[in-house]
Design a protein around this ligand. Structure first.
Ligand code: AMP
Ligand code: ZN
Length: 494
């Protein structure tokens, strides 16, 4: 384990706290994953890229991390009470599981493009109905839920009064909940209070997703899956629970209530919440047309961008703001990120050509060490990637002046150059998760691509247009573009 002074901002206590895991050397992290009833959007990507950084950094520090990120494939209700999955299924005329599979695969593909590491476990809500039913039983046994017409509701008011715990995470106060009268109940009059929420729902005749339970044939409430699956894979108490800050209420507040209601312990020690991705200063929203999909952003096929940006430029753009700040996606910001990313990669490539001398502890050596130490301090300070990136650019300036022989300081010593190369590599590739994008860092991919380009050339010279087109189109599907120029063909990632 490396020495560190990691502090994280805990949404539960609203302050930065020293990070100490329940079991030394091990870290358990649960992050609310996507609801797979339509394509993943860039806002989701921002949250998952943020937790990818946290996962990578904890691993770098030497923790054995179990990272659980669920797939919500049942139970996420729309306002009109219709299950999102069933609705997706009806619109696409597919089985709910077909919808879930289609969008789960699409989600994985986007995560791979952004070089996001897969979680250690990716449990699906539909695969954990038994665990959810068991949890409902426990909550009922402990007196914090009641049954009504085959559905089971969490008794929020009783829980709030008896434990004093409801509302701590989201800052809602019990008086607010109590002031919501029964008049607000509308059609949901099975509930005793509007703040009560379903942990088991009786399925109507037309509801497609349904399972038998002691109370009715039905389906679990959305909040329940995360309580049941985090408990199953990480234990009743674990280290980090994460998600976007739009989930704080009601989802996370209700998760805490369910865990306390069933197991009488707070599930997570640290609650980490990412802030929202905006576009041109406004929240991304499909209904306003203020939205762009990952593929539209990568291909440039959208009125919101002047051109396509590569996955690593988008990732770099995301990391240039702290995960707790909003992040505003604009064409100008992406252009700036593209320049910055290229500058960083060029500096990385020129590191190999730098020479050192034997001077020990020169002024420059000390400067390099202190910048690198600063970058580690930034990462220890609640994963402050924008500040760590700013330090990298201080190193880029040093690398460039060494390369051009312009530095007025002593040349760098062998040890310091080694330290510089190591830190640059670790921060850029292992922690920020960036990749060199022109294929030059992956010899086998490059070799394979040269072979495919040659085969396409042969097809073209034989006037075998169907084969040539098939190669080009299949590569396009893999987000790889072949460009034909007068000196032959080259390839790039789209
Ligand atoms: P969902 O599929 O809507 O349940 O969301 C999956 C994850 O993405 C959750 O952690 C959300 O909080 C997060 N999320 C949704 N919209 C945004 C956004 N605009 N910016 C950042 N994160 C978001
Ligand atoms: Zn969740």
């Amino acid at each position: 384990m490396r020495d560190h002074n990691l502090t994280v901002y805990n949404s539960l206590t609203r302050q930065k706290e020293k990070f100490e895991t329940l079991h030394p050397g091990f870290a358990g992290m649960y992050v609310c994953g996507p609801t797979v009833y339509n394509d993943v959007h860039l806002g989701n990507c921002r949250t998952f890229i943020s937790f990818d950084i946290i996962y990578r950094y904890l691993k770098f520090l030497g923790y054995t991390v179990r990272y659980v990120r669920n797939i919500t494939d049942v139970g996420h209700l729309l306002d009109d009470g219709e299950d999102r999955m069933s609705k997706g299924a009806r619109l696409d005329n597919l089985e709910p599981m077909e919808v879930a599979q289609k969008y789960t695969l699409g989600f994985h593909q986007v995560m791979r493009l952004f070089n996001t590491l897969p979680p250690s476990i990716e449990p699906r809500a539909t695969g954990h109905i038994i665990e959810q039913i068991e949890m409902v039983k426990k909550i009922l046994d402990n007196g914090f839920a009641y049954e009504a017409n085959g559905s089971v509701y969490f008794d929020t008011i009783k829980f709030a009064k008896e434990t004093g715990e409801y509302g701590k995470l989201s800052g809602r106060v019990i008086e607010e909940l109590l002031s919501e009268t029964r008049d607000n109940l509308k059609n949901q009059d099975e509930k005793r209070n509007p703040a009560d929420f379903a942990i088991w729902m009786k399925a109507s005749d037309e509801h497609i997703m349904r399972w038998p339970s002691p109370w009715s044939i039905g389906f679990p409430g959305w909040h329940l899956e995360c309580s049941a699956m985090s408990t199953k894979y990480l234990g009743e108490q674990f280290d980090i629970h994460g998600g976007g800050n739009d989930l704080k209420f009601p989802h996370h507040e209700n998760e805490v209530a369910q865990n306390l209601g069933a197991c009488n312990v707070h599930p997570a020690r640290y609650w980490l919440h990412t802030n929202m991705l905006l576009m041109n200063g406004k929240k991304m929203s499909k209904s306003d047309g203020n939205t762009i999909s990952p593929y539209e952003l990568l291909t440039g096929n959208s009125s919101h961008v002047s051109k396509g940006y590569s996955p690593m430029v988008v990732r770099f753009f995301m990391l240039q703001s702290h995960y707790r700040s909003t992040n505003d996606l604009t064409d100008d910001a992406l252009q700036a990120a593209e320049k910055g990313y290229k500058r960083l990669m060029e500096a990385y490539k020129s590191l190999d050509s730098l020479t050192s001398n034997q001077t020990i502890n020169s002024e420059l050596d000390e400067k390099v060490s202190s910048i690198i130490q600063g970058a580690w301090d930034d990462m220890d300070d609640d994963f402050n990637t924008p500040r760590a990136i700013a330090r990298l650019f201080e190193l880029v300036t040093i690398i460039n002046s060494l390369k051009e022989g312009q530095t007025s300081l002593d040349k760098i010593s062998q040890n310091s150059l080694k330290e510089l190369k190591e830190a640059f590599n670790i921060i850029i590739f292992d922690i920020l998760g960036l990749k060199v994008e022109d294929g030059s860092n992956d010899e086998s991919v490059d070799g394979l691509m040269q072979l495919i380009i040659e085969l396409r050339q042969i097809a073209r010279s034989n006037k075998d247009w169907p084969t040539a087109d098939k190669i080009r189109d299949s590569l396009n599907e893999l987000k790889i573009q072949i460009k034909d120029g007068k000196d032959g063909s080259t390839w790039t990632y789209l």
